[in-house]
Design a binder for this molecule. Structure first.
Ligand code: ZN
Length: 270
């Protein structure tokens, strides 16, 4: 770890966080979380790892804003104008940051496999959600493909969403290859990013459709994923467990993505 690289990396992290805060892409808590995660990646992973984190971040930020009004009308937009909270930042970037710390402590290709896998899973899931909700028809539940559900429901699948998964995963693999992080061939980079992205975001959908808490708001007479509801009424649990919300499911799926990355590097060391 070169002190100049670390200095440059930290400066880039601070700059991006301030711009994001200015553009209201992050809440105040989200800003501190992004500084923390960005600093860990810059210090322990280095500039090339940081560039991959930024690629993910820029794609997610741009897409959240992409046709925000349409999603607002459909009721599927992120709240607060799409600003990400600290829970959202940690759920998406926490596992990747942990792999960066492992790299700093031990070094070795498997940690980059975990980092790329975790980020690819987070990126795929973000793009699947953001692009998938623009699908003009009703999506279907991953566990019951015949059942149509409201766009934005956890566990919902649509052709746009699946396309988003693949595009996000390919994008991260190509960026990782372009920045020459680890001396992997492009096929190996894509094998890790696409497999981890697909398995990670699919496990996100499966958990979202099964174990994730789902509530019913008696005031608005509708199903919701948040308790209390946006109308601030106390909701009744109708499915899943209270301990798993959208963010914890996200965190678990990035762990799955990271593990897929590690396993693939162990299977294909060359
Ligand atoms: Zn309500």
């Amino acid at each position: 770890m070169n002190p100049i690289d670390i200095g440059v990396g930290l400066a880039v992290v601070i700059l991006f966080t301030l711009i994001s805060a200015k553009l209201k892409l992050l809440t105040k808590g989200g800003m501190y979380a992004a500084l923390f995660i960005g600093a860990l990646v810059a210090i322990f992973g280095g500039l090339t790892w940081l560039s991959l984190l930024l690629a993910f971040y820029l794609a997610a930020g741009a897409l959240t804003r992409f046709r925000y009004r349409i999603k607002l009308e459909k009721g599927t937009a992120e709240t607060k104008g799409g600003a990400r909270s600290w829970t959202n930042v940690f759920a998406n970037g926490g596992v990747a940051a942990l792999f960066a710390v492992f790299e700093g402590a031990f070094t070795g290709g498997i940690y980059f496999g975990g980092f790329l896998g975790a980020l690819s899973s987070a990126a795929s899931d973000t793009l699947a959600t953001e692009v998938g909700t623009l699908y003009p028809n009703e999506p279907r539940m991953i566990t019951r493909l015949r059942r149509k559900v409201k766009a934005g429901t956890s566990g919902a699948l649509s052709p746009y969403g699946e396309l988003g998964i693949v595009v996000a995963a390919i994008l991260l693999g190509v960026v990782a290859f372009a920045f020459h992080i680890e001396s992997w061939s492009l096929p190996k980079m894509l094998l890790v990013s696409v497999s981890a992205g697909f398995v990670g975001s699919t496990s996100d959908s499966l958990l979202g459709a099964t174990l994730q808490a789902r509530y019913y708001c008696p005031t608005c007479e509708e199903e919701t994923e948040s308790n209390p509801h946006k109308c601030s009424s106390e909701c009744r649990l109708i499915r899943g467990t209270r301990f798993l919300n959208n963010h914890s499911v996200n965190l678990v799926s990035t762990m799955v993505g990271g593990l897929v990355g590690v396993v693939l590097v162990l299977l294909f060391p060359a």
